[in-house]
Design a binder for this molecule. Structure first.
Ligand code: DC
Length: 230
């Protein structure tokens, strides 16, 4: 099956957007694009090429480098997950690490970066059947998406989920570090001047603080069925 429309999923950091998007993509045969991974890959490139140092971005250098950044996704048949490729290198693991997380919201505030990534996201979604998650998908990338979700949960619950994930991967972080990084990212994402995180007027709010994944999936299935019938 494929869907004749795109689905936009926005929301706070670590609220489970990607869990929803992956489940929908797998059930309906849609292409899943994690736009956060694209901002993370650009951040990694900036860190490696001295475009960002001590949280300061060298905008002249960034402008000179932007065209040298190519981001793609490959499907890993073993894990059945899409993985992020930066200039031919699979960077899926490293972009999820704490260092990239600590710098990404600074890079994601920069207009040139957003313009480049939004243009490529719109190109990917031109034919429909794409489920995309991020912060500005329903407001900027696909303002006409037929189904828009805005997902959230309390900061403590989101930090706990993220902390458990990082621990599983063997990262040495404390819960307090994770909570403060997440709160800072929420603040940057919500208060930045360009394309801040906003619930689109026609987006459906899902607060999954107290939801099981099964209940959430059932709710979203109902929403998709309704949209298909319209
Ligand atoms: O979803 P995530 O935590 O992997 O996103 C990483 C960062 O990128 C986060 O600070 C917000 C930013 N981002 C954004 O500004 N716009 C998007 N469409 C996706 C992510």
């Amino acid at each position: 099956m494929s869907l004749p429309f795109n689905i936009a999923i926005d929301g706070h950091s670590s609220c489970g957007k990607s869990t929803i998007a992956k489940a929908v993509a797998s059930k309906y045969g849609m292409r899943y694009i994690d736009t956060g991974a694209m901002y993370r890959a650009v951040t990694l490139y900036c860190m490696r090429n001295n475009v960002i140092k001590n949280k300061e971005v060298d905008l002249v250098k960034l402008n000179a480098e932007l065209d040298n950044i190519a981001i793609n996704f490959v499907f890993n048949a073993e894990t059945k997950q899409s993985e992020t490729v930066l200039n031919g290198e699979n960077v899926e693991k490293i972009i999820r690490g704490f260092e990239v997380s600590d710098n990404v919201s600074i890079v994601a505030q920069i207009q040139q970066v957003r313009e480049k990534l939004i243009a490529s996201q719109q190109e990917i979604g031109r034919e429909g059947n794409v489920v995309m998650d991020g912060r500005d998908i329903g407001t900027k990338v696909f303002p006409d998406a037929k189904l828009k979700l805005f997902v959230t949960a309390s900061a403590k619950i989101r930090a706990q989920r993220r902390y458990d994930e990082l621990k599983k991967k063997g990262e040495k972080v404390t819960f307090e570090d994770v909570l403060s990084n997440l709160t800072l990212r929420d603040d940057h994402d919500t208060n930045r001047e360009i394309n801040p995180l906003l619930q689109a007027k026609d987006a459906i709010l899902i607060d999954n603080s107290q939801f099981s994944i099964q209940k959430q999936n059932a709710l979203i299935d109902d929403l998709i069925t309704t949209k298909l019938g319209e």
